[in-house]
Design a protein around this ligand. Structure first.
Ligand SMILES: Nc1ncnc2c1ncn2[C@@H]1O[C@H](COP(=O)(O)OP(=O)(O)OP(=O)(O)O)[C@@H](O)[C@H]1O
Length: 343
């Protein structure tokens, strides 16, 4: 990839920027609200520690972020690479309303209208990436940045894990609820050939979370009872009621989600398939009869393998709730008036 940015080398980041506060903290660095010392313009400054990140990886993320900026569904990243003694830094447009994660109310979620607005914008952004041959790989509410609190304009950020379709992916050190079954299932000696359907799965989980305020499961793996309940339901749709929380969705929304959350990745529908359901209600109409009658199975090409089914009979029925946990570390820091330390 050709470098498309200007390089700035300074001893300390505060030589160029005035740090206002911390916006977020990641595994490899932090994101700060900063102001350009010359123009006073505010922006987000993403700092990554040099001792935890390879220069090549950082430049790859920077280049990808800059090139995706041309689409309105992605955060604008400015073509500047700053490095100090300890950090690599990139500058981005400020998402003034925070992230989707901050907005979701645990055990409640968001209004259907807002979720639909998000669904349209996220599906368009993901479809754009997929057509460029890229997989985001880290779609979750923390990486959906908001330009307004009503979600009329939202964008995707954080391309630290983004890779081309067909890349080899090794097992991750930790598993999160947004990871697809094939990602959760990579053993230490194996790798997965990356496909856009991992984003489709994460998108399905994100819609579930935003509509309910609950995770559907902790991880899409055979040791998770809620995931096993879901898989068991898929195989017995006509005979058993939906697992907990799924009864909050209208049959249309449940079909939409099941088509995204197909355990067999080759049967997952595209992210744009959600648009077919936009004009239908997504939450259950409690005044009606049983909306769960006459369910049809998940669509799957006739060539595709059937869903891998374990005997989960004994696991049927929920034992644990999974409300989402909202950590507002930066809010707490602000309330306490703590300084953001930065060299
Ligand atoms: N452009 C931005 N405007 C406002 N806030 C931002 C912006 N970019 C990131 N943030 C905040 O910083 C947090 C971390 O950002 P980001 O995910 O890019 O960093 P990261 O180090 O890759 O994090 P992680 O390791 O969790 O993936 C976001 O969840 C968000 O709260």
């Amino acid at each position: 990839m050709e470098p498309v940015f200007q390089t700035v080398e300074v001893e300390e980041i505060t030589e160029c920027y005035r740090i206002v506060k911390r916006l977020g903290q990641g595994a490899y660095g932090q994101v700060l609200l900063a102001q350009d010392k010359l123009t006073g313009k505010p922006f987000a400054l993403k700092l990554v520690r040099k001792d935890r990140t390879k220069l090549k990886s950082f430049l790859m993320e920077l280049s990808l972020s800059i090139s995706l900026s041309e689409h309105p569904g992605f955060i604008t990243t400015y073509p500047i690479f700053t490095h100090t003694m300890d950090y690599y830094a990139m500058t981005q447009e400020l998402a003034t309303a925070g992230t989707l994660h901050h907005l979701i109310q645990a055990e409640v979620g968001l209004s259907e209208e807002m979720v639909k607005r998000c669904a349209v914008q996220i599906s368009s952004a993901l479809d754009y990436m997929h057509h460029k041959g890229l997989v985001h790989r880290d779609l979750k509410p923390d990486n959906v940045l908001l330009m307004d609190r009503d979600c009329h304009h939202i964008v995707l950020g954080d391309f630290g894990l983004t890779q081309p379709v067909g890349s080899f992916v090794i097992s991750m050190s930790h598993i999160i609820p947004y990871m697809s079954p094939e990602l959760c299932d990579i053993s230490d000696e194996e790798y997965l050939v990356l496909h856009p359907s991992v984003d489709t799965w994460a998108f399905g989980v994100l819609l579930f979370v935003t509509l309910t305020g609950y995770y559907p499961w902790r991880r899409a793996f055979s040791d998770d009872i809620m995931y096993l309940d879901y898989v068991y339901w898929l195989d017995n749709l006509s005979y058993i009621p939906p697992p907990a929380r799924w009864d909050q969705f209208s049959p249309s929304a449940a079909t939409m989600l099941r088509n995204l959350l197909v355990p067999d990745q080759s049967c997952r529908h595209s992210v744009l398939s959600v648009l077919n359901y936009i004009n239908f209600p997504w939450k259950t109409d409690v005044s009606g009869g049983n909306p769960w009658e006459a369910e049809s199975p998940v669509d799957c090409d006739s060539d595709s393998q059937p869903i891998d089914q374990e005997d989960t009979t004994s696991n049927h029925g929920m034992e644990a709730d999974n409300p989402i946990i909202i950590i507002k570390e930066e809010d707490a820091m602000l309330t306490l008036g703590l300084e953001v330390e930065i060299s």
